[in-house]
Design a protein around this ligand. Structure first.
Ligand code: 8GP
Length: 832
């Protein structure tokens, strides 16, 4: 201690007499390492171990190498003491780690070689790994992509989240119905994490607030009623093409040893133990609701548990080198991912006021300089609210602070807008009514220096709808950072064929760090050699997907067909139902066609996948409808290979890695104004899939980059929607639409009673998502896709241009923008 990084390294080298203190990556060293882990970590004989044990040993060997970089990064950053960003998110959808790790570490081929020598295949072992599914959907996967980019670009950053024991439920399909099975992902251990038993903090709940005299001043003291321990689990995140590795620190709840002597004195030893065990339930399970908030105590406990532990950790780190809290905003940027971690704002205020004894104004000023907030929502109704009673019961001191923040905010606001009570009440952090609520978004806006949307149109919607009052008050606070995805995971890991093809034609692998270089493909878009290789790469990926489909569902699909894919969470606004109705229409047309017309049909394999929240009835019916329609179509001899419909169960990150590269066309067809961004579209785009889309969220910007002529755009525009909704029943849906809905209603696919409520949502006066109105233009866009597919040369050109135009949608660009404009941080690259 007290030595700088160079001195430490010099000392280590001297101590061990080694010039190179790092693990070696030649084939023999790797083999030895894997075998050592077989013997000493997995405790199997090196002469007898199976694929799973080989996977375990291999992952431990990779982890060793991650740990080296991770230590070096931490020591170096600690020494430099730059401003760091802390990314707080209740959800991270990391997927698998193995392939991504070896690629980012630059030792993929060495490992493949070493394994071959041992008689194993890297790809086979990689399949042994389960997904880390600690999130629901878009927001959670975005967090994972941003972490990859932060590491790759050498930013001093930490991720903080919760280590749920049960990740997102596994979706099982039984007779076409979704069933939810627990995802007990830690069953077989998790070699990628490091348990830090010594990094733990006490988190307190319940109790009362009392006033005490402190140096002659009245101070509030929170006497908590329950204490739970938060234990850190660290997950190294390696950057690509750099030695930097960041830390994603996830907290697990454990019973506390402190403060509960009382319960042991009652003599009821067994019950006392049982009660202690309850503490662990806090981090047990991820809430599977993508977007509905029910004001549940456990959910609030999860939120506070994770922000309290994270802030204690962050403040401890700050205090290692600093005493003066005025320096906090120069050293710490706190990013809250949606409103879920917003209690961090209140917790920081509480720590500064009650523990560090700063006065209110100073504490508030510091807090507001530190927080930035990104919203992922478009629906004003989708904003999180917490009943005041619940919050006051669980966190009495925090409720007082929220009231105080609100009181001061309201006083300030009155000075600006006067006595406009409607507006004041809309902007208040407290919602009055039969049940009083804390509006978490309002709290986040008031106390953040920057509020970001996730796409250009999203910002427009924030200004016009969601946060109109706030945008008018503080226009300079609101910005947007268009989402992005990491090309490492979504091309290099998941589409190795395309990856080597791109590198070959660009003559460099630099695009993996600098994705704008993909633009260089444009000049070859019509080159017959590239076109041939491009088509071949796609075909190999389609074959992989076709085999997967056949194993899952027994449906054989033709590789000559267009693979038309819609994979994402099931939501009415995402309109999987529009897709299914389109498929029914296509089926109906084929059934009524002459033999010669059938010869002109472009064969399609329509693929749908996604999970419905367990309590979301209509979404579950959409899944059942997809299966019912698939049953009919896939077994119809008149249709044969001209049309297949397949539902891919349990869609998750690793399934996406297989599905996306094998797609020709992908659908992003939300009603305009409902998708804040959408990131699936970007993954498909990078993989050279053509997009059939409405102008909504990210697709508007994709259009600017690749050109509408290289996409199939349809549907009502954002500014037309309000008037269309107004017209309601007088908007006549086209006959074709009425006909396909009637087929479902009349039981053509069976289950007519079950589908009744689903069909009711499509009645003219109720068709909120405008499926009927958009149906005609949807079918036209589909027909345009068919025409384009017939001309394979043209199609391949459009496909190459899609990849070439994907540069903007890398999360590297997103992170650069956040770093520069929101967080004010600089890269801090370890020189070793
Ligand atoms: C999603 C948005 O719906 C999507 O448009 C966007 O691309 C993505 O966030 C990333 O910005 N929102 C959510 O996933 C979301 O709100 N989830 C909350 C319930 C966790």
């Amino acid at each position: 201690l007290g030595m700088d990084f160079g001195q430490r390294k010099a000392k280590a080298e001297k101590m061990f007499g080694l010039m190179d203190v790092f693990l070696k990556n030649d084939s023999v060293s790797l083999q030895k390492d894997i075998l050592d882990h077989v013997e000493y970590t997995v405790a199997r004989s090196r002469f007898s171990f199976d694929d799973f044990e080989a996977y375990q040993a291999l992952s431990h060997s990779i982890r060793d190498r991650l740990i080296e970089r991770w230590h070096d990064t931490h020591l170096y950053v600690k020494k430099q003491d730059p401003k760091r960003v802390y990314f707080l998110s209740l959800e991270f959808l990391m997927g698998r780690s193995m392939t991504n790790s070896v690629i980012n570490l630059g030792i993929r081929d060495q490992y493949a070689d070493a394994l071959n020598q041992l008689g194993f295949e890297f790809e086979v072992l990689a399949e042994q790994e389960g997904d880390a599914a600690l999130g629901n959907g878009g927001l959670a996967r975005l967090s994972a992509c941003l972490m990859d980019s932060l590491a790759t670009l050498d930013y001093p950053a930490w991720g903080y989240g919760l280590r749920y024991q049960y990740g997102l439920f596994r979706q099982i399909i039984l007779d076409g119905f979704q069933l939810e099975q627990p995802d007990y992902w830690l069953n077989f251990g998790n070699p990628w994490e490091i348990e830090r038993v010594h990094v733990s903090y006490s988190v307190k709940f319940y109790g009362t607030v009392e006033e005490e005299d402190l140096d002659g001043e009245r101070t509030k003291v929170w006497i908590p009623g329950e204490t739970v321990e938060a234990v850190a689990y660290d997950n190294p995140i390696p950057g690509y093409g750099t030695r930097s590795a960041l830390n994603l620190r996830l907290w697990a709840a454990k019973p506390s040893d402190k403060y509960d002597m009382e319960s042991y004195n009652t003599g009821d030893y067994i019950n006392a133990i049982m009660n202690r065990q309850k503490a662990e339930t806090i981090s047990n399970v991820l809430y599977p609701d993508d977007r509905s908030y029910q004001g549940k105590e456990l959910r609030l406990k999860q939120q506070y548990f994770f922000v309290s532990a994270s802030l204690q950790d962050i403040i401890r780190r700050f205090k290692d080198n600093h005493q003066n809290f005025d320096e906090l905003p120069d050293k710490v940027a706190l990013q809250i991912n949606d409103t879920h971690p917003a209690l961090a704002i209140v917790e920081l205020m509480r720590m500064l006021l009650d523990e560090e004894h700063l006065d209110w104004n100073r504490a508030f000023e510091i807090t507001c300089k530190i927080f930035s907030f990104t919203t992922h929502t478009v629906e004003p109704g989708g904003l999180e609210k917490v009943p005041v009673d619940l919050l006051g019961h669980l966190l009495p001191r925090h409720l007082q602070i929220i009231y105080e923040i609100n009181y001061k905010f309201m006083e300030e606001l009155k000075k600006i807008i006067g006595q406009d009570y409607d507006r004041l009440s809309r902007m208040s952090i407290i919602e009055e009514g039969a049940v009083k609520n804390v509006r978490v978004a309002n709290l986040s806006i008031v106390c953040s220096h920057t509020v970001n949307g996730v796409s250009k149109v999203h910002l427009q919607l924030l200004k016009e709808r969601v946060f109109k009052d706030f945008c008018e008050l503080w226009p300079q606070k609101f910005h947007y950072k268009t989402n992005g995805v990491t090309q490492r995971r979504w091309v290099v890991v998941s589409n190795p064929n395309l990856c080597s093809l791109i590198s070959k034609w660009l003559g460099t692998e630099s695009w993996i760090r600098n994705v704008d270089l993909l633009g260089g493909l444009r000049q070859y878009a019509t080159d017959p050699d590239l076109q041939r290789e491009w088509k071949m790469a796609k075909k190999v990926n389609k074959l992989r997907l076709a085999e997967y489909i056949e194993t899952l569902s027994g449906v054989k699909v033709s590789l000559d067909a267009m693979f038309d894919v819609q994979v994402k969470r099931i939501h009415e606004y995402k309109r999987q139902l529009l897709n299914i109705l389109g498929v029914i229409h296509r089926f109906d047309c084929i059934k009524n066609m002459s033999a010669s017309d059938k010869g002109k049909v472009v064969p399609r394999v329509c693929i749908i996948g996604g999970k419905a929240a367990p309590g979301y009835d209509i979404a579950k019916k959409i899944i059942k409808l997809c299966h019912a329609v698939a049953d009919k179509i896939n077994n119809d001899a008149d249709v044969g290979d001209l049309l297949k419909l397949v539902f891919i169960p349990d869609y998750n990150v690793s399934v996406a890695e297989l599905v996306i590269p094998g797609s020709d066309l992908s659908q992003h067809i939300s009603t305009a104004g409902h998708e804040a961004s959408g990131t699936g579209s970007m993954k498909f785009l990078m993989n050279g899939c053509l997009l059939l889309a409405t102008a909504d969220g990210s697709t508007v910007e994709i259009m600017e980059e690749v050109g509408a002529e290289n996409m199939f755009i349809f549907g009502a525009k954002l500014d037309e929607i309000p008037a269309l909704r107004e017209k309601g029943a007088s908007l006549k849906a086209p006959l074709q639409f009425a006909r396909v809905v009637r087929m479902v209603r009349d039981g053509y696919f069976g289950f007519e009673d079950y589908f009744k409520s689903l069909c009711d949502t499509l009645e003219e006066e109720k068709d909120f998502y405008l499926l009927g109105y958009d149906f005609t233009s949807y079918l036209e866009a589909q027909a345009a896709a068919d025409r384009a597919f017939v001309d394979q040369e043209k199609w391949t050109q459009m496909s190459i241009l899609s990849t070439a135009g994907a540069g903007k949608f890398s999360s590297d660009r997103t992170i650069e923008e956040y770093a520069k404009h929101t967080w004010g941080i600089e890269p801090c690259k370890c020189p070793f």
